[in-house]
Design a protein around this ligand. Structure first.
Ligand SMILES: Nc1ncnc2c1ncn2[C@@H]1O[C@H](COP(=O)(O)OP(=O)(O)OP(=O)(O)O)[C@@H](O)[C@H]1O
Length: 281
């Protein structure tokens, strides 16, 4: 569905390339997460794939063709939800969607139906300028879905949303995946990436040093630990032991012979651990 090989890109006024050598591919129906520190080049990569930035080196193929060879129907096949101004503030949510619907050559989803997907039906006739950041993000997502595209670009899709709303958005993304859509997202939320992505890639120093399923990367690079608290320890003192070879860890074994264990708690490896390892390399 998408194939990127040795992508390199430098902004006109920058002395160094933002992307040095980026290679990855995404299969149809996959949720792919591009992760990395601020300024790593995640949005830059997305903008190249969306044909907003030209002048790159390397190969970028989408829908089986080089993206430079695709005609304007490309924009009917992709949906884009970015944080930056994509909405008319003075218009209502409904008016915004009606306006964007008119830009597509093919059929679009009824506006009410689309607003219901992101739980905004009751706010349909309010001006966007009165919306919270999270509501604007949800309307942006709605806009991206209007024309039922097969490929979605989502930049930080749950930014500004409270945990309940973020849950609704993540469930929607998973429903879209179940419908066969391919989704490329960026997020700083590692737990979110872990939950919804089939594959994640870490972008760092203009390259992708790690790529794989969250489970595989956590297994390879994360660390599982056991946390122990005891009655005799200082308040807030927690002993932490790596699970690997714990049965031969003398300090742990001695602690287990004490009678004052208060709690034993296993901590699973997380993508946060992997992220920190990648950026500290
Ligand atoms: N128009 C531009 N001209 C020059 N440099 C730019 C331009 N846009 C972005 N950059 C630089 O390119 C680098 C990558 O920026 P980009 O926005 O792609 O990062 P990001 O990984 O998406 O960051 P964040 O997580 O903060 O959104 C940064 O150093 C940024 O300053």
């Amino acid at each position: 569905m998408l194939n990127v090989e040795h992508l390199k890109f430098r902004y006109a006024k920058a002395s160094e390339p933002t992307l040095h050598d980026v290679t990855f591919s995404i299969d149809k129906g996959e949720v792919f997460g591009l992760l990395g520190p601020s300024g790593a080049g995640k949005s830059t990569t997305q903008r190249i794939l969306m044909r907003q930035l030209r002048g790159y080196d390397g190969k970028v193929q989408m829908f089986g063709q080089n993206i430079t060879d695709l005609d304007r129907t490309f924009y009917d096949r992709i949906g884009v939800s970015f944080e930056l101004p994509a909405l008319y503030q003075r218009l209502t949510a409904r008016e915004n969607l009606q306006l964007f619907s008119a830009l597509y050559s093919g059929a679009t989803m009824p506006v009410n139906e689309c607003l219901a997907l992101v739980d905004l039906e009751e706010d349909a006739d309010k001006r966007v300028e009165s919306f919270s950041k999270g509501m604007k993000m949800r309307l942006n997502l709605c806009r991206a879905l209007l024309h039922d595209p097969e490929f979605l670009f989502l930049d930080e899709p749950t930014t500004g949303q409270d945990p309940a709303r973020a849950r609704i958005t993540r469930d929607l993304i998973l429903r879209l995946k179940a419908q066969g859509k391919t989704i490329f997202l960026t997020t700083h939320n590692m737990a979110e990436a872990d939950e919804i992505c089939d594959q994640v890639a870490f972008l760092h120093n203009g390259r992708i040093p790690l790529i794989g399923s969250p489970a595989d990367l956590k297994h390879r690079f994360g660390k599982r630990t056991l946390e122990v608290t005891t009655a005799s320890a200082q308040p807030n003192q927690i002993y932490e032991f790596a699970m690997q070879d714990i049965g031969r860890n003398q300090e742990f074994l001695e602690l287990m012979h004490n009678d004052d264990i208060l709690s034993l708690h296993t901590k699973e490896a997380s993508l946060d651990d992997v992220f920190i390892k990648v950026v500290n390399q």
